[in-house]
Design a protein around this ligand. Structure first.
Ligand SMILES: NC(=O)c1ccc[n+]([C@@H]2O[C@H](COP(=O)([O-])OP(=O)(O)OC[C@H]3O[C@@H](n4cnc5c(N)ncnc54)[C@H](OP(=O)(O)O)[C@@H]3O)[C@@H](O)[C@H]2O)c1
Length: 419
């Protein structure tokens, strides 16, 4: 048993003891003592990765506290998404702890959270934007917990420091997430596997079931879907969910097409073999007679939304259908969408907005499917060697298109200088 395990077993036992004793009010003083003991092992500072437009550096930050409805997770493994290198480039003076995929142990729960106790194994999608009015930042004076207040170095301006979403970044030892977007993981799923799920799986289930409006269970009539990017992280989850919903799946994939097949894709079109009009023809051929009414474009680049809309208008039985995409449809592209084809963007962010209730239920469903037969499969995790110190390397691999059918994962304990 390593130190982390021993630490959390001790925390877990204390938390359970606290829970049992809580039912007897005459032990209230003892309650307070046990609660303090259950959380006293949380340090006041932690190591995290500060991302700016041009750098990612390991720095010391305070360990944040969970607010109402939130949990604090001690991370064991965290994972990268393409947004982690894209977002810093889009925002002026960006300076923040990036990342949103975490897996680890519940360290502390915020007010009103009854679902979790310290020591439980969970994965979570942390908040991607923190300019939330509940923290009252848009005022002359703001109240903040001492624990989440920290000195800023001379090299950072106040403007830069103000953009720091400290509590929610995944590239750190501890991360705060909403209890709603946190879900228990079974013993059979490793932390490394679990870390591949949160953001990408939400993009998949929100895109399919909210964006495209596909019922979760098949109505009997088999419909078809084209998933562009079946072996992207999001796509590999969309394929599995589409199969569970009873759909016939046509997917585009390249170097990992065998794995796309193994996950359930019925027909694969190799996007490296066909480009432009040839890709359009190959997709039309693959989709003929398959009652295709949906497209999930998980690539959304180089005119793919327009191309796929044309394909759908030709293969759908009545020329109608829906296309959901994950990036941007320009005004010019919008004009080229054939009549009868509805388009819309889907994103993981609505798991913290209008889709929160749906996402909370679906995350728990995914947690159960991980141990079901057949199991829901997390992405293949590629663990980079030096924990948080490998984050710059990981983001560079993503930015330069060197990640193929895998998810980049970092074990916190592999970070040099950390146990
Ligand atoms: N809106 C949102 O909330 C949201 C959420 C998540 C992701 N996204 C966006 O969705 C996209 C996918 O993200 P991800 O994390 O799932 O990606 P990813 O796993 O990093 O994607 C890598 C995979 O994409 C495949 N690929 C590259 N170009 C392709 C093409 N033209 N057609 C088919 N497959 C292609 C590659 O295939 P090979 O194996 O052949 O190299 C590779 O396996 C990114 O642009 C990301 O920013 C948006």
């Amino acid at each position: 048993m390593n130190h982390d395990d021993a630490h959390f077993i001790a925390q877990f036992i204390l938390a359970r003891a606290f829970h049992i004793i809580s039912s007897f009010s005459r032990f209230s003083i003892l309650n307070l003592k046990l609660e303090a003991m259950a959380t006293e092992n949380i340090p006041s500072t932690q190591i995290g990765v500060l991302s700016t437009k041009t750098s990612q550096t390991l720095q010391t930050f305070p360990v944040p506290s969970p607010g109402p409805g939130e949990v604090l997770i001690q991370n064991v493994a965290v994972a990268s998404n393409p947004k982690d290198w894209k977002v810093p480039l889009l925002i002026e003076n960006y300076s923040a702890i990036e990342g949103n995929d975490v897996a680890g142990y519940i360290a502390k729960v915020g007010e009103g959270v009854t679902e979790y106790k310290g020591g439980e194994r969970v994965a979570a999608f942390s908040r991607t934007r923190t300019l939330d009015s509940k923290y009252g930042a848009y005022a002359q004076y703001t109240v903040a917990a001492a624990a989440t207040t920290f000195p800023i170095p001379q090299s950072n301006s106040f403007e830069e420091a103000a953009t720091l979403p400290l509590a929610y970044g995944a590239y750190a030892q501890y991360t705060v997430a909403a209890a709603a977007t946190t879900f228990p993981i079974p013993q059979s799923t490793s932390f490394e596997e679990a870390a591949t799920l949160p953001l990408a799986v939400a993009t998949a289930f929100i895109g399919l079931h909210k964006g495209l409006g596909i019922p979760e269970k098949s109505s009997g009539e088999q419909k078809g879907i084209i998933i562009n990017g079946a072996m992207t992280s999001v796509g590999s989850y969309a394929v599995q969910l589409a199969k569970r919903a009873g759909l016939f799946v046509i997917g585009t994939a390249g170097s990992s097409k065998d794995y796309a097949k193994a996950l359930g894709t019925d027909v694969i079109v190799d996007y490296r073999e066909y480009k432009g009009e040839a890709l359009e023809s190959a997709l039309i051929e693959a989709a003929k007679g398959k009652n295709v009414q949906y497209v999930y474009d998980v690539v959304s680049e180089d005119g793919s939304i327009v191309l796929l809309s044309r394909v759908l208008s030709k293969v759908s039985p009545n020329g109608k259908g829906k296309v959901t995409y994950v990036l941007t449809l320009t005004e010019d592209e919008q004009k080229q969408i054939p009549q009868g084809i509805e388009t819309g963007r889907a994103g993981a962010g609505t798991a913290y907005g209008e889709d929160q209730e749906f996402a909370a239920r679906f995350y728990r469903q995914i947690g159960q499917w991980l141990a079901a037969s057949p199991p829901f499969k997390p992405n293949r995790a590629k663990v980079l060697p030096e924990g948080l110190a490998s984050v710059p390397k990981g983001l560079e691999l993503l930015r330069t298109g060197q990640v193929h059918g895998e998810k980049l994962v970092y074990r916190i304990a592999d970070t040099p200088g950390l146990k």
